[in-house]
Write a protein that binds this ligand. Structure first.
Ligand SMILES: C[S@@+](CC[C@H](N)C(=O)[O-])C[C@H]1O[C@@H](n2cnc3c(N)ncnc32)[C@H](O)[C@@H]1O
Length: 259
């Protein structure tokens, strides 16, 4: 085990001891362990190597080529679960591997959770995890392919869309740049292009009084609030200082029509 820790440390893994223990327990045998370690040492994210990411105390299945859920996104899931009325419907837009929707469906068995993403590989992962919890996942460009009957009927839309300004993608750690798809990162010129699309989709999906919770960053939060307002919402900031997480929580203004 100490050799393994040394190799991981030399490869730049900050949490080498924890990673060694995870790789060790993920490996079927010594040859498998060597294969997993070689992938990790070459820079592949630990979560892709072992096939799961920890999120809200759950193991979310992930696979190469799919965005790795971040712990800070637990804030969006927590706020959405808190806001959803009994037996309500929650839509996880830009769901990736489904972390937000899976956490909500785990905590709140009374809710109906529908998740959607443009990436079919991510949707397949989300579907496999959500269906046993009574939820579903669909391939959709925002809300374009969601069932038309859902329009105006959802109670909460929760989302962690791509929000890295295009020019800052080059500054991201290699694990993200090389192993996560650009479509999962690129928030357009100012970073808020996909967030604005989420708020517009949420305005179509939500019932009167419905809420939308969207992850953002400290730098971007003013632009995110403006995008919410533009789409017909009154919006507030939610923070989790421990995780360095920022989200915008918004309610449709009563004068707004989702036509
Ligand atoms: C930052 S990742 C977050 C994924 C997931 N919400 C999570 O927290 O793990 C953004 C996700 O948005 C998806 N996405 C990008 N453009 C989209 C679009 N037009 N419609 C739906 N999903 C989209 C990507 O495929 C990616 O899975």
């Amino acid at each position: 085990m100490s050799d393994l820790v040394t190799r991981l440390r030399q490869a730049g893994c900050v949490f080498a001891e924890e990673e060694a223990a995870i790789l060790y327990s993920a490996a079927a045998d010594t040859a498998d362990l060597e294969r997993l370690v070689a992938r990790r040492v070459s820079g592949e994210p630990l979560e892709h190597v072992v096939g799961w990411a920890e999120f809200a105390g759950l193991r979310i299945p992930v696979a190469p080529g799919v965005f790795v859920p971040r712990r800070r996104t637990e804030l969006v899931a927590r706020v959405a679960a808190r806001l959803a009325p009994a037996s309500g419907t929650v839509v996880d837009l830009c769901c990736g591997a489904g972390a937000i929707g899976v956490a909500i469906a785990t905590w709140r068995e009374d809710l109906t959770v529908i998740a959607a993403d443009i990436d079919p590989v991510a949707v397949e992962l989300a579907r496999r995890t959500l269906e046993p919890l009574g939820g579903t996942a669909l391939v959709s460009d925002m809300d374009a392919s969601l069932p038309p009957a859902l329009a105006g009927r959802a109670h909460v839309v929760a989302s962690c869309p791509p929000y890295v300004p295009t020019r800052q993608i080059a500054l991201m750690p290699p694990e993200a740049r090389h192993y996560e798809p650009r479509v999962a990162l690129d928030g357009g010129k100012d970073g808020a292009r996909m967030q604005a699309r989420v708020f517009k989709a949420a305005a179509r999906l939500l019932a009167p009084g419905g809420a939308c919770v969207v992850e953002t960053s400290e730098h971007l939060v003013g632009t995110t609030l403006a995008a919410a307002s533009e789409a017909g919402f009154t919006a507030w900031i939610e923070k989790d200082e421990d995780r360095g997480a920022t989200a915008v929580f918004a309610r449709l203004r009563s004068t707004h029509s989702n036509a």
